[in-house]
Every structure is written in structure tokens, then in C-alpha cells.
Design a protein. Structure first.
Length: 565
């Protein structure tokens, strides 16, 4: 189809005020047959953005939008890679499910190319709308031989299975219908894409007129797909089958778990949570990466003096180490790293967790189950009768748990746990507010680690950021830090997400020194503790973040985001 101002998409853009129809038509006439299609014309002449074009095309035709920046091209079957057909029509097949072919298009109103694909493949086309520039990049990657598989070629959709599919008894009850095969393939692809992109969580979210799938990558949520809202129930049902949850129960939240077998030797665990919303069930999946629990302490991002303080506390035969921070700040990884250091043949370690996220060989892990009477306090009491050396309790939530943990720390055991506070000094105040006597806090707590996770700048594209000295001083840098100081900001490239790739820890590691213990005993406030910690050279979260920015590991904007400076 020739580029035409009579296209329904062209008219839609004009109606929405995104293009000047008269000027665009005149320009189109002068250009003649220079362009293959409408999106190419509009974008190369800079008449509209790729995002606006995709949004209007999807809205006009009621097709789902798809973000190709998170798409793994290795999943495209080889038989669908017809270069001549793809380059002719600027349309890319993404997947095949039975007799259906998923096509990525920038202009779904251009019917002729779609019919040509159906004729040549003998398949029925299911369209997803994508941004034209992303589509061009995808086509070039595939056919210009610039794609690097990253060593994941053994991850094949056809080999995926879960525990429920491998169990012959259960399989009789959950055998999928043929109509569900596209749903199964789509869910499997989403899970694989999340793993490959390094996501920590997946969100499947139904709304009144749309359905959204988002990945949390480096701590930030990104929308990756928007399947038709009509598929909402089938998507949630498939996820619940995989998680061994009650498909019929949609009124209350449910929690489950998936073990996804990627290959004969590799499997990934997901923790699954469903939530009934007014438009259907939202499903959130947390990827439980056992590799992260095996990280060495040097990889976590502690400064040299902070690492020494943590290692010294781990070497003590008794006392309490507390790790604090908001959800998603890496507390579990810090605790597991410490446990792995202590996990030797001569050490008896027991943990009480809710839930047990990662299995650690050699450590006795207990899953808390309040409905059955197995609470944090009851688990801790049982641990004390099990000849423990090290005890880890997932979280100190109440006075009873705190009192038992402190008693254990005072009687020859090393206790590790977490709290939800904003800083190390505030952790002491939280324990006192729970009702723990000041002398117990002062005598049992040996080290407090407050932490955040900041996005790490991409080494391929970061660029230097010039800021006035006055602003640098206002941000918290000292005059001594200014000479030779270089800060960097994100740009964005093919190697990263918006200029960031991975995360780096920012820590406040505060030992409870004799003077801090004295402040606690004298009824001092957290501000008094802050002042004393500063005098003892303890970096707070803000100061530690600025050190990371000065080292070029993250940006000042990211430090401001995570430390709320």
C-alpha cells in the first residue's frame, strides 16, 4: 500500500492534534514515493514521535502494545525469519502458537502486508503494535548478524516445564486445553524474558480497559507488554495452575511457588502472590535467585572499613547483627552472605523465615506458619533447645520476638535479623519503642547495617556531569572532596536500561560502641546517636551514596532518589 494521507491512522493523528494534516499532506506530495510506509514517513520527517504513533495505532485498532526493548530475539523461531518478506513489509514475526502467528507491526491499519504474511506462512496473524524505531532495530539485529545470544541458547520455550507438569498424578487434573497453548507459550516467554533481563519481580495487572505486564529491573518497574484485557482470567488461571493454587478461589489472596525448569541442569524459583482487585486478580511474582545468596561480600559494595566492621561482628561468638532498610533494599542478600561465611562444618545455624526464599545447603531453615502455631517466637524457642551457634530470624516484628532474640544474643549465640527502619540509629529507637529495656539493647546489639540499592551506571554510555561547586557543596560533598571530583550521569544504550545496568549497595554500618551504648542507657535520642556515630567516623547513607557517586558507580540523581537527600 502506498503512503497515503487517506489512511485511518493518518486521520487519527490529525484528529488528536499530533500532526498538521494540511502541512503533512503537502510534504507527502513533495516527497512522492520516497517512503515505504506511513510510519517511516512520519518519523523520518519528525512529524510525530514513535511512542505517540504506537499509542494511537493501538488505540485505533484495539490491538495490544508491546515493548520490543525487552524482547529476546532468540525466542523467534528460525523458520519465521524470512528476511525478504520482513524487509519488504517492515513487519516482524515474534512467535508461533499452533496455527497463530504473532506479528509485530507499527501500522496495523496497513492490511496488505499482514495478508501477505498470512498467505506465505499459512498462519493466522495475531497483531501486536510496536514502536517503529524499535522494530527497525530488531530487524537489523536479526538480519545484520549483530545479535549475541549471551550464552542462553539452551533456553528453549519447548523445553520449559514446572513441577505440576512433571507430576503425573497432578497432570491429570491440570492438563491444558489446546486453546490454552498460546497462553502457556506467552506466560513462558514472559518468565524467560524476566530472567534474561535480570528482573526481580513480575507484575500481571488487570484494569477496566487494559491489561499490563511490568518487570522490576534494577529496582524500577517497566511496562513490557499489554495483552488484551479479554485474556485477563486465562492469564491469572495459568499462573495459578503453575503455582498449585486454587483456580476457583478468586475472593481472597493466595500465595504459591513455581519451580521453572529451564534445562536439565538449571531451574529458577518464583514466589507467587495473587490479590483480588476490582478488575480481576493481580499476580506478582518474585524471582528467587539462589546465585545472589552465594555472592561474596566483596561483590556487595561495602567500603573497606564497612566490610571490616561486618566481618568482625560475624567473628564474634555472641551478639546481635541487625540489617535494616525498606522492602527491596537487599537485606536478605546481606544476611545470606553473612550466613554463608559462617556456614562451616563446625557451626550449627538455624533460620526462621517468612517465607524461606532461597534454600541454603547446610543450614536448618524453618518456614514460619502462624496458622499452624509456628511463629517467630515459637521457632526461636525451639532453636534454643537445638544446640545452636547462629540463629537468623527473618524479621523482628514484635516485643516477644525481640526479647527471645536478645536473650539468645546474651547467652552465647550470634543472632542475625532485620527491621524496617530508615537508618541505623533509628533501629535502636525502634527496639526501645517496642518495649525492650535500654540495658538489653545496649548489651546485646553489636552491629547495625542500614542499606539501600542504587542503580549502577552503565559503563558503556555514562557521561561526565558538570555541576557548580556551590551545588556540590549543597548536595553534601565536603570541600576536601571537590578537587578532582568527577560525577557521571546516565545516557542509555543497547547494553543497559535508561543508562543503568545492575545495582550497587549503599550502606551505613554502625557498631554499637561503648559511647553509643552509654547514650542508649542514658535515654538519649536517635539524634544523639547520629552525632556520636559521626564523631566516630561512621558514614551515614547519604555520605556513603556520595562516595559511590564520586567513584563513578552511580549518579547523583540516583543517590538522591534512594537516600531521599
Amino acid at each position: 500500500m502506498a503512503v497515503s494521507a487517506n489512511s485511518s491512522l493518518f486521520k487519527r493523528l490529525a484528529q488528536q492534534g499530533l500532526i498538521n494534516a494540511t502541512a503533512a499532506t503537502e510534504l507527502l506530495g513533495r516527497r512522492g514515493g520516497q517512503y515505504k510506509n506511513l510510519p517511516e514517513f512520519l518519523l523520518q520527517e519528525k512529524l510525530v514521535s514513535a511512542r505517540d504513533l504506537a499509542e494511537q495505532a493501538a488505540s485505533l485498532t484495539h490491538h495490544a502494545r508491546f515493548d520490543l526493548s525487552f524482547f529476546d530475539i532468540e525466542t523467534i523461531p528460525k523458520e519465521l525469519r524470512n528476511e525478504k518478506l520482513v524487509r519488504k513489509h517492515q513487519i516482524m514475526p515474534l512467535a508461533r502458537a499452533g496455527r497463530s502467528l504473532q506479528l509485530a507491526v507499527a501500522d496495523p491499519t496497513n492490511i496488505a502486508p499482514i495478508e501477505d504474511f498470512e498467505f506465505n506462512t499459512g498462519l493466522h496473524a495475531e497483531l501486536v503494535v510496536v514502536e517503529y524505531d524499535q522494530l527497525q532495530q530488531l530487524i537489523d539485529k536479526i538480519f545484520d548478524n549483530s545479535f549475541d545470544s549471551g550464552g542462553s541458547s539452551d533456553w528453549d520455550l519447548s523445553t520449559l516445564s514446572t513441577e505440576e507438569e512433571d507430576d503425573e498424578t497432578d497432570n491429570m487434573a491440570v492438563q491444558p486445553d489446546k486453546d490454552d497453548q498460546p497462553i502457556i507459550a506467552f506466560i513462558n516467554k514472559m518468565l524467560l524474558d524476566a530472567i534474561r533481563k535480570g528482573a526481580s519481580d513480575l507484575h500481571f495487572e488487570p484494569y477496566e480497559k487494559m491489561y499490563r505486564i511490568r518487570f522490576r529491573i534494577d529496582g524500577i518497574l517497566h511496562e513490557v507488554a499489554s495483552p488484551p484485557i479479554a485474556l485477563a482470567n486465562r492469564l491469572s488461571a495459568r499462573l495459578k495452575v503453575m503455582s498449585r493454587l486454587d483456580i476457583a478461589e478468586k475472593r481472597v489472596p493466595q500465595d504459591g511457588r513455581i519451580k521453572l525448569k529451564i534445562s536439565g541442569k538449571k531451574s529458577i524459583d518464583f514466589r507467587v502472590s495473587t490479590l483480588p482487585t476490582i478488575w480481576g486478580e493481580k499476580v506478582v511474582m518474585r524471582i528467587l535467585d539462589s546465585d545472589s545468596a552465594m555472592l561474596g561480600i566483596d561483590i556487595l559494595g561495602y567500603e573497606a572499613h564497612q566490610k571490616k566492621l561486618y566481618m568482625d561482628a560475624l567473628a564474634q561468638p555472641q551478639g546481635m547483627i541487625l540489617v535494616t532498610g525498606p522492602t527491596g533494599s537487599g537485606k536478605t542478600v546481606s544476611l545470606y552472605t553473612g550466613l554463608n561465611i559462617l556456614n562451616t562444618e563446625g557451626c550449627n545455624i538455624s533460620t526462621a523465615e517468612d517465607p524461606v526464599e532461597i534454600n541454603l545447603p547446610g543450614i536448618n531453615q524453618v518456614q514460619v506458619n502462624p496458622r499452624a502455631g509456628l511463629t517467630f517466637p515459637s521457632a526461636l524457642k525451639a532453636f534454643l533447645r537445638q544446640d545452636p551457634d547462629v540463629i537468623m530470624v527473618g524479621e523482628i516484628r514484635d516485643l516477644e520476638t525481640a526479647e527471645i532474640a536478645i536473650k539468645a544474643a546474651q547467652t552465647g549465640h550470634l543472632v542475625m535479623s532485620t527491621l524496617h527502619t530508615n537508618s541505623a540509629p533509628e533501629t535502636l529507637t525502634r527496639l526501645l519503642n517496642m518495649g525492650v529495656p535500654a540495658y538489653n539493647v545496649a548489651s546485646s546489639v553489636s552491629l547495625i547495617i542500614a542499606q539501600r540499592l542504587a542503580r549502577r551506571l552503565c559503563g558503556h554510555c555514562k557521561t561526565e556531569e558538570k555541576l557548580p561547586e556551590a551545588e556540590l557543596l549543597q548536595q553534601g560533598f565536603s570541600p576536601e572532596q571537590l578537587p578532582g571530583l568527577k560525577l557521571f550521569k546516565p545516557v542509555g544504550c543497547d547494553h543497559c536500561t535508561n543508562g543503568y545496568k545492575g545495582r550497587v549497595g549503599i550502606y551505613e554500618v554502625m557498631p554499637v560502641s561503648p559511647k553509643i551504648a552509654e547514650i542508649i542507657m542514658d535515654g538519649g535520642t536517635s539524634l544523639d546517636v547520629v552525632q556520636q556515630a559521626q564523631q566516630e567516623g561512621i558514614h551515614n547513607l547519604r555520605q556513603s551514596g556520595l562516595i559511590k557517586a564520586a567513584a563513578g558507580l552511580t549518579s547523583l540523581a540516583e543517590v538522591n532518589r534512594v537516600t531521599k537527600g
